[in-house]
Design a protein around this ligand. Structure first.
Ligand SMILES: *[C@@H]1O[C@H](CO)[C@@H](O)[C@H](O)[C@H]1NC(C)=O
Ligand SMILES: *[C@@H]1O[C@H](CO)[C@@H](O)[C@H](O)[C@H]1NC(C)=O
Length: 189
């Protein structure tokens, strides 16, 4: 009887201790520390400029149609078509220009009035000081407008807690590919 008490207590104590430790392992100690120091962090403003290559046909296709509605190809705005893509992001407009990262995500033709996309994209950077970091865009892209404004709703790595805007401007388009110039401004810590 004398031993049961302490063993039970030890078990209870180790369970209680295990809970925060489990959470700690899932979130990672570095992330925990990062949030604890956030009040000391200064907000930073980062501007990025790159070109997005959406290749919808041919041997170097990077964007594929994955769904459509029965009436999509009767619709003047391709309403209901959905593409998923893993598109290169380059420094200059040429496809051979330096690779800065990938744009991974999907767009759906979401308007019956004009050709306009719902875009859900992660810009995943693979070079330079942003290597390993990402920015997430979720917004409306009326592709026939000369400049489209899309919200940046978050980020990872150096772009944690990012918010900002991505301005998209079509640089080149034919039936095989579209090259879109992006100017991004993001606030982050
Ligand atoms: C980007 O980071 C990865 C993983 O740390 C590394 O393997 C790769 O060489 C880096 N790329 C560049 C261009 O720095
Ligand atoms: C579209 O433009 C690219 C780049 O100039 C070219 O390689 C491709 O053949 C063009 N596609 C069509 C259908 O003209």
């Amino acid at each position: 009887m004398g031993k049961v008490g302490p063993i039970f207590l030890n078990l209870l104590l180790s369970l209680c201790l295990a809970m925060p430790m489990v959470q700690c392992t899932i979130e990672g100690p570095e992330i925990e520390q990062w949030f604890q120091n956030l009040h000391l962090a200064k907000q930073k403003l980062t501007r990025l400029h790159f070109y997005f290559h959406d290749v919808v046909l041919g041997p170097s296709q990077t964007s594929v149609g994955v769904a459509r509605a029965p009436n999509t190809f009767k619709s003047p705005t391709f309403f209901g078509l959905v593409n998923i893509f893993d598109n290169p992001l380059t420094k200059g407009p040429e496809p051979t220009s330096e690779l800065l990262g990938r744009a991974q995500g999907l767009y759906g033709f979401a308007s019956q009035e004009e050709v306009s996309l719902l875009m859900s994209v992660n810009f995943v950077f693979t070079s330079g000081k942003h290597n390993g970091s990402s920015l997430t865009v979720l917004g409306r892209n009326p592709v026939v407008h000369s400049v489209r404004e899309l919200p940046i709703i978050g980020g990872t790595g150096v772009f944690r807690l990012a918010r900002g805007l991505a301005l998209a401007k079509t640089y080149f388009i034919n039936t095989t590919l579209a090259i879109v110039e992006y100017n991004v401004v993001a606030l982050h810590y």
